[in-house]
Design a protein around this ligand. Sequence first.
Ligand code: NAD
Length: 488
Amino acid sequence: MESMTFVLFGATGDLAKRKIFPALYNLFSDDKLPPVYSVVGIGRKEFTDVEFKTFIEQSLQTFSRRKPEDNSKLESFLRTFRYCRLDVTEKEGYQSLLKKIQEREQEFGIPENRMFYLSVAPEFFDVIALNIKESGLGATKGWKRLIIEKPFGHDLKSAQDLNNKLSQAFEENEIYRIDHYLGKPMVQNLEALGFANPVLRTLWNNQHIANVQITASETVGVEERASYYDHAGAIRDMVQNHMLQMLMMTAMHLPKQITAQDIRHEKRKVMESLRPLQKADVGNHVVRGQYGPGKINDYTVIGYREEPGVDVSSMTDTFVAARLWIDDPSWEGVPFYIRTGKRMREKSTRIVIEFKNTVKDLYIAQNESPVPNLLIIQVNPHEGVSLQLNRKNPLKSGHIEPVTVDFTSNTKDVPEAYELLLFDAVRGDSTFFAHWKEVELSWKWVQPVLEAFEENLLPLHQYPAGSDGPEASRQLLEEDGFQWWLDK
Ligand code: NAD
């Protein structure tokens, strides 16, 4: 791994505190950072280097999966950090930042490899990229990389505008767009599961698969994010990025080689084959909902419109379910259902593959009905893979009943998404970052849905907090003779 400087914009913010510093510390503990590196944190606050290091230490004590075991280790980790107060909108400040970076590069003999992480509000993404270019920070003799947080645009046009601006300062292969779902170990595992297992590979097509169900449900409500969420809704917050990324990872074909380039090429082909929705037809394939009051784990919770910061007549979607079709010979006739919502009954991200039940009539004479085989990929909060099979239960007079074969291994101490992603970015591996084409094609698919929502062309179903979402979501699958699996 090459020595480098890590320049963190937004170093005093929530994401830095909760995810980025803990990820860096865990990588450091596992010897997964270059032997020599320097970190410069940037924020608006007046911080001395000492105050900044105290802030980082507190973040590790509160949020890291591993707590610093001893002071000397913590000190050697913190030794690499410096703070720079800078208003990112003011050009002049970038010169003193450049000077600070160069001094440390010289002091430690670090080549001009610079990784810029934009952990700031999206309105600053283009300004910072431009200032990096104009100040000379980006004119390195080594490599430069830009890590950028979500959201990438608010709709198709704003995403294209942002990308045009970023590409004036960085090449596509230098831009690492974070979709933290791609950092989740089980999502990364989809590749190995589907490609490294010939048995599953053989079954991964419309001859054997009846439908695919991708769910990301949360029990939390809008929390303190109303000012952002009320303008975004589940469609922008979850569907355009995380849900479609999981769909790509599930549906992609075997790449020529397991390389970033080939895998991203296959993902892009999935998006290119995704059947577009016409605005007028959105209501036939998409269900939108908004949570009302209800109960979660015996606690009474308020409805979305009563949440602080939310408009009392808000039409924002806190739930979206959709049926998607991939126009590709191997997925012809296989619906992909996605579903995501807040204030749902359970916190769970999972992908369920339902296999065709070709033997359901075989046992009619015995008055038995084998259930379909299911492959369940549990992404969050627990990681695991299980397979639902049928067996005869000797304790119940040999009746056929489903049994679950669980492949879950011990997942204690599994690295977090941000750890895996930062490690990849440091090594220059962009496999699990979103390519611009994936982002753009996702916005293209979502755009008519956004417009149909804005024009209220489909109902906004209320659902009680603590439920599995609106009844219309169940009906969406029932129309095709299916059901959401694992809903109790
Ligand atoms: P935050 O508001 O907590 O922090 C923002 C940071 O930007 C602070 O360090 C602040 O000092 C700095 N900043 C703001 N204006 C500045 C200016 N003019 N000049 C210099 N610095 C300035 O935000 P956050 O929650 O840490 O989010 C950062 C980014 O990460 C956003 O794009 C957000 O959408 C994304 N994100 C956050 C989370 C999360 O869990 N917090 C999750 C996913 C994505």
